[in-house]
Design a binder for this molecule. Structure first.
Ligand code: BGC
Length: 379
């Protein structure tokens, strides 16, 4: 009943945000001054000739990889929306190779892009290219993942990453009724890529909700792996997550049940799901995820994954297109968080979109009715 109500509320909120665009549904955790102008408007000044690449200018969009479904969607959504708004788009994918991304971004700069939108493979590896952009007066928007260790980042557009983790942790707490039941329950954690600034936010959001129950002994981590570094998954790889999960299953769970496997996203959840299918005979655990990837949504429908967190890439793309327009027109750029995202050099003015809880009860409204997937894609 409680869950039904929650999913109803969440889907109503999502519908509202899709209809009205991300800007109309500011993150609830945003500071009171949500409309505060960015502090770095000077650095975000438009490049000299904004008309160079078409009616609206030329936008360089650098994505990490085509291997994970979400980046294909992010890239396609931005290309479509930028083109519709009259911009020329240079969209590049870097095959998860840092050097490739670096040279792609450098090419975007030398070929006259007016604004760069970058989802980094490794947050702190693009320093040289970012310096070049700054020297050329080209504003840079960090897309989804924060660009680290540089003062050449003008804005950051993402989802509320800490909230993604709290949604996952709260789901586990509610499912196990941890405030009323003694347990103990066994839980394992699988987090993301240590080179991705988001990964720590996801993990901490979930862990902060669950830590009191670990401290109390209601949740037990048989592997003893409770620190981010111990459960991180380089590259976010499904295969990496799978082999680590297989090790933990054979070391700690040959004669015990796993009650929960808290996974930070869908690619790692898939690895854990594969490992469980391959060599685990106990009770099937609660498994969390993020992104509503097609494979994982199918697994939710089949009962092999309990939930995911939906981050509508159309909404983020729309927000970025809007921010680019504001930058190029010299207008105040929409941000709703000027405190959270420090990249070790500056605090980057950010726009945080709302992540949304998804499970088998609300996926139809969220994903099919909204046109994100067709029913056939989930068969
Ligand atoms: C994104 C997640 C994604 C992960 C792996 C993170 O930076 O925020 O949505 O699952 O990267 O690609």
């Amino acid at each position: 009943m409680k869950r039904k109500l929650l999913s109803m509320l969440l889907s109503t909120a999502l519908a509202a945000s899709i209809l009205a665009g991300c800007a109309a549904a500011p993150a609830t955790s945003a500071p009171a001054d949500t409309a505060a102008p960015a502090e770095t408007t000077e650095e975000a000044a438009p490049a000299e000739d904004a008309s160079a690449g078409g009616a609206g200018g030329k936008i360089g969009v650098s994505m990490p990889t085509k291997d994970l479904q979400r980046w294909n969607q992010d890239g396609a959504n931005m290309e479509e929306q930028f083109t519709a708004a009259g911009y020329e788009v240079d969209l590049q994918y870097a095959s998860n190779d840092v050097q490739t991304q670096l040279s792609q971004v450098e090419n975007m700069i030398s070929s006259g892009c007016n604004v760069l939108v970058i989802a980094a493979i490794e947050g702190s590896s693009l320093g040289e290219a970012l310096d070049m952009a700054k020297d050329a007066g080209i504003p840079v928007i960090a897309y989804d993942r924060l660009l680290m260790d540089s003062d050449a980042v003008s804005y950051y557009a993402t989802f509320d990453n800490y909230k993604v983790g709290t949604v996952q942790g709260t789901y586990v707490k509610d499912q196990l009724d941890l405030d009323n039941v003694d347990g103990p329950f066994n839980i394992e954690f699988t987090a993301g890529d240590p080179g991705d600034n988001n990964a720590g936010f996801f993990f901490n959001g979930a862990f902060d909700v669950l830590k009191p129950y670990i401290d109390e002994g209601k949740l037990v981590v048989q592997s003893g792996k409770t620190k981010f570094e111990e459960v991180a998954t380089p590259t976010w790889g499904t295969d990496v997550a799978q082999s680590e999960a297989e090790n933990r299953i054979s070391s700690f769970y040959t004669d015990k049940d796993i009650d929960v496997w808290l996974c930070s996203n869908d690619s790692t959840a898939l690895g854990v799901e594969n490992a469980l299918a391959a060599n685990y005979n106990g009770k099937y655990p609660i498994i969390t995820g993020q992104d509503c990837d097609i494979e994982n949504t199918k697994n939710m429908i089949a009962g092999k994954q309990s939930m995911s967190v939906f981050k509508d890439t159309r909404t983020l793309a729309a927000q970025v297109v809007k921010m680019v327009g504001q930058i190029l027109n010299g207008e105040t750029v929409d941000v709703n968080d000027t405190e959270t995202y420090n990249n070790n050099v500056i605090t980057v003015p950010s726009y945080l979109c709302e992540p949304v809880f998804a499970d088998v009860n609300n996926y139809k409204e969220l994903l099919i009715d909204s046109g994100y997937y067709t029913e056939d894609q989930l068969k």
